[in-house]
Design a protein around this ligand. Structure first.
Ligand code: PAF
Length: 277
């Protein structure tokens, strides 16, 4: 496995590769990421992983400085899973001030975009830069960041990028908490409480599967239940899987998405629900 930090060296290394599977990350790798690497390996070509904490997607009061940077441990975990790790410094990715950004559809200002203005614009801009640098045939993103995955699919489809985007299933701790690099910010008491987010979504899924169709009421009840236990809720929302618009009763494939804070830690989760024909 090679660790490369410059774009020119990476391009030279990848120039002879016929098939590249790419997993962009911000590092601090956990089983969720490693699962994506394993899926990438199934494509049979060269597996490239990027590790870059992208300043453009963090707001001024967010955790950019605090975000765990664990390159040595990450590389140790990647042995046998990746062929190339691309770990650029900020000034390699942004040698001049970035004044050109990807303009996303209005959905980028909803859900996580409402709580984190500019986040998806910064995410999409770095993803487009990374795709231009790596030129993969497939790129893999976790379904835990469901809205991100949806927007990346829009980006690649609407800009005619010649690659396939694959969504990897969310990996969970035994108690159901979705794995995330930010889970390590939780205190012991918050970690015990954190499982209530996935339990709430599972409860909503069961209610919908058993016939509940007043999605607004379900959303309100879930948000209230979380708030009553000390969570600060950004959103709980039932959407169509296909376009992430608010769900209506006709929709066959739904997804329930939530983001809420426990203390300073913002947690995301989602669960897919099929209503059948
Ligand atoms: O999901 C992430 O880790 C980041 O948003 C990504 C896709 C690597 C872009 O910085």
């Amino acid at each position: 496995m090679q660790v490369i930090s410059t774009i020119s060296e990476l391009r030279a290394r990848l120039s002879g590769e016929r098939s590249i599977a790419f997993v962009p990350t911000m590092g601090n790798l956990h089983e969720g990421h490693l699962n994506l690497m394993r899926q990438a390996g199934e494509h049979g070509g060269c597996v490239v992983v990027s590790i870059f904490v992208n300043p453009l997607q963090f707001g001024p009061n967010e955790d950019f400085d605090q975000y765990p940077r664990t390159l040595i441990a990450d590389c140790a975990r990647l042995h046998g899973l990746a062929d190339v790790v691309f770990a650029p410094a900020v000034n390699e990715m942004y040698p001049v001030q970035q004044t050109l950004f990807v303009e996303l559809p209005p959905l980028a200002n909803e859900l996580c975009g409402a709580a984190r203005p500019g986040h998806f614009r910064g995410m999409a801009t770095v993803v487009l830069k990374l795709l231009n640098i790596v030129r993969p045939q497939v790129a893999l993103f976790g379904k835990k960041d469901y809205q991100q995955l949806h927007l990346v699919r829009q980006l690649t489809a609407q800009l005619n990028l010649p690659l396939r985007i694959i969504g990897g299933e969310t990996v969970r701790a035994v108690d159901g908490l979705a794995l995330s690099s930010r889970n390590q910010y939780l205190t012991e008491a918050q970690r015990a409480e954190s499982v209530f987010l996935s339990q709430t979504l599972q409860g909503m899924r069961q209610a919908i599967e058993q016939g509940a169709r007043n999605f607004e009421l379900l959303q309100q009840q879930a948000a209230q239940a979380l708030a009553a236990r000390g969570w600060v809720v950004d959103y709980v929302s039932v959407r169509n899987q296909s376009d992430l618009r608010l769900a209506d009763c006709e929709s066959g494939e739904l997804v329930i998405l939530a983001a809420a804070r426990l203390g300073k830690t913002r947690l995301l989760d989602n669960v897919e629900v099929g209503l059948g024909a």
